[in-house]
Design a protein. Structure first.
Length: 206
């Protein structure tokens, strides 16, 4: 894979309008704006859910309080986080899916991952660490038995997932949204035990 080939793939993704023009269910209600960051040299991939409204407007992933919390979890500054040569950002859905009736984000579009994910990861051959942020990324990348306990069970099982010694290494995380602040308080082992290992793995990969 050459830089030009990856650039052509990214251009195809950014031109994609499948969820609006040929959707599997209700069409996307706004103009698609696929958001991702990749490079051939990336050592870490962050796999979240899908862009929110703010990212849809800016075109830059994690430009919100969730991004601030995720960067703190990883122990990296903004410059390192947005260095695509080292850190790729590949959400499960590349476009903002819209909001539900309660104002929360809808799930990632079902058209996106089956169409693009294998091809994108085929270009990321130097990855050492993949951060699986939330249920959707965990269900896609991990064996079914590893995610049988839902998000809490999957994240609590992080040591066994690391011990599987996959290549690249997978590490499950909850979403860093403010909506999960209650979850973090209820599971203090996440900050006490998992976050130090996350930071160690990030620094080793960088």
């Amino acid at each position: 894979m050459t830089d030009n080939a990856q650039d052509r793939l990214v251009a195809r993704i950014r031109a994609c309008r499948l969820c609006r023009d040929a959707p599997t269910a209700k069409p996307l209600p706004h103009e698609p704006r696929p958001v991702l960051r990749v490079s051939l040299t990336a050592r870490i991939a962050i796999c979240g859910q899908a862009p929110g409204a703010r990212v849809h407007a800016s075109g830059v992933p994690f430009t919100d309080p969730s991004g601030d919390r995720l960067r703190a979890w990883m122990g990296v500054d903004t410059e390192a986080f947005y260095d695509a040569a080292r850190i790729a950002i590949v959400p499960m859905g590349f476009c903002f899916p819209g909001n539900d009736a309660k104002g929360g984000d809808l799930p990632p579009r079902k058209e996106c991952a089956p169409l693009w994910r294998a091809e994108v990861f085929g270009t990321l051959r130097r990855l050492q660490l993949v951060l699986l942020v939330g249920n959707y990324a965990q269900a896609w990348h991990l064996p079914r038995e590893a995610t049988a306990g839902g998000l809490t069970g999957t994240v609590a099982n992080w040591r066994a997932i690391l011990a599987a010694r996959s290549h690249p290494t997978y590490l499950p995380l909850p979403h860093p949204s403010w909506r999960n602040s209650g979850w973090l308080k209820a599971h203090p082992w996440f900050e006490a035990e998992l976050l130090p290992e996350l930071r160690r793995l990030v620094q080793a990969a960088l």
